[in-house]
Design a protein around this ligand. Sequence first.
Ligand code: BTX
Length: 325
Amino acid sequence: STTRKRLLEAFSAADGEFLSGQALAEIIGCSRTAIWKHIEELRKDGFELEAVRRKGYRIITTPEKVNENEIRLGLQTKVLGQSIHYLESTESTQKIAHQLAMEGCPEGTLVIAEEQVNGRGRLTRTWYSPKYTGIWMSLVLRPKLPPIMAPQFTLIAAVAVVQAIEEVCGLYPGIKWPNDILMGGRKVTGILTELQADSDRINAIIIGIGINVNQEKEDFPEELRHIATSLFVEKGEKISRAGLVQCILLKLEKYYQIYMDRGFAPLKILWESYALSLGKNIIAHTLTGKISGRAVGISDEGVLKVEDGNGQIHDIYSADIEMMP
Ligand code: BTX
């Protein structure tokens, strides 16, 4: 908003000195209550502000960004993230990545935003992507493979993200087939893999990764509070988003290479070691109906195998999985 813009300008001009509520109200032309509300908003967005009686407010730290400099400094990959498109705000990084892929961008191109105003999940679902607190990114890969292999990339990306979370945060999430990463039963990450392809050849795979990093519990909208969590909520400490992005890119590059050299088998074993639903009774909600049974494993193509009560095995290509207690 323009008020916020003016507020930030006033704080930049003050250069770390205190500004009283009254002074701010005058500069911006609104009430002191309105100023206080905007200060609270800034706090939510990751600004650290000090408020001292009779002196007023000052900014101590501005939120860590995930801009090109932050990500490039210390990035150890050869391909992934070597081309970075950073946006303060965008509809969806998937959309931008699709456009760039269509225009012929190089493999490994990373699109990352501080905020998505129309973040997408699977089908017609939305992905809540508030400013400065999460990782909202899309990666363009160009493997020389037939389109049928694409779903495996969701699983490979999930392994990379879980391992990066372990390494950077010391937390131990699990994977719910095919695209959710959970902690304590709540979703901390969603992955969306999309494709540009001819009938026999992939032109580009766009891997969208959304991670709730530094949100507090109350930051989630009501309808997500019981199904979503963030790394901050789980760990009790703020986490460097840029550091986590770097680690994800490095892991993903490694596993992508292994996959291209040796196929899915080694990754399947890794994926299974993080899987939450295997061996459990589940209900798979597919577009055409429900299948209940025990999740017995995934195939070499990344397809979920479910054994029903009659011992018949069903191949699940795409579904939402409900885990039974
Ligand atoms: P999904 O369809 O499996 O999950 C979407 C569902 O998850 C929503 O319907 C809602 O219930 C819940 N949800 C929405 N936002 C959040 C959130 N922040 N945390 C936890 N649960 C949530 C999952 O789809 C795939 C999401 C991919 C998101 C990335 S972000 C970068 C890229 N750009 C983009 O537009 N999407 C991808």
